[in-house]
Design a protein around this ligand. Structure first.
Ligand SMILES: C[S@@+](CC[C@H](N)C(=O)[O-])C[C@H]1O[C@@H](n2cnc3c(N)ncnc32)[C@H](O)[C@@H]1O
Length: 211
């Protein structure tokens, strides 16, 4: 599910950690406060954690530093290779995706910069499955690019185009970035209370608690 963008990550894997540290000018604002974002997601997590789209393992590393146990599900083999080298045997890094993962007694489901690879319909199906998996009090903590409204989303595309950030503008139109009202509806329909906190001009943290 939602694996149509994997080829991009196979190519991006080797230089990904340069992008998150601001070396790619087009993505500098997207990755602004990256370390703080990962720390905030880790701080909100507890118990056994299921992570989607760990990429090179930076959030996984942060979760481990908070003493958490992590199963990290990553569909790109190039990304998995780097994450496994970085993390050694401290986390279980496996193939899979947002809808295909080993079931277990997880308390928190986390993801950073990845949920927009699913269409809104797929996001809804994924959250429905997490709602069945988590017990009351269990959490979804996802950080990703999202917008307060469709108008704000359109403005972001126009802004990227105006700045000459053509890769970013194309990315914003190619992938399935969504709005906070859409995500709120998906979470609430599936039995979660939800809150949102803005981390930079692109990224918000969405925290859902199973009722
Ligand atoms: C921008 S990277 C984010 C990596 C890392 N979470 C971080 O914050 O730096 C997006 C990751 O999501 C993964 N991904 C893409 N489609 C996915 C899917 N359908 N299910 C799970 N992960 C996916 C990509 O392979 C990539 O590793």
């Amino acid at each position: 599910m939602g694996k149509e963008f994997i080829e991009l990550f196979e190519e991006w894997a080797d230089s990904y950690d340069d992008s998150v540290t601001g070396h790619d000018i087009e993505y500098k604002a997207v990755f602004l406060n990256y370390e703080t974002i990962l720390t905030q997601v880790a701080k909100r997590s507890f118990g056994q954690v299921l992570e989607f789209g760990p990429g090179t393992g930076n959030l996984t590393e942060k979760l481990l530093s908070y003493g958490l146990t992590v199963t990290a599900v990553e569909p790109s083999s190039s990304m998995r290779k780097i994450a496994i080298e970085k993390l050694q045997n401290r986390a279980n890094v496996i193939d899979g995706d947002f809808m295909n993962f080993p079931e277990s007694n997880y308390q928190t489901i986390v993801s950073t910069y990845a949920f927009h690879h699913l269409t809104d319909q797929e996001k809804s199906e994924a959250v429905a499955s997490y709602g069945k998996l988590l017990a009351s009090g269990g959490k979804i903590v996802f950080a990703d690019t999202m917008y307060e409204s469709v108008e704000a989303y359109k403005e972001a595309i126009a802004d990227a185009t105006e700045k000459g950030f053509h890769n970013l503008a194309e990315d914003l139109q190619r992938e399935y970035y969504t709005t906070i009202p859409v995500l709120k509806e998906i979470l609430e329909t599936n039995g979660f209370s939800v809150s949102f906190e803005q981390m930079n001009d692109f990224v918000w943290i969405m925290e859902g608690a199973k009722l």
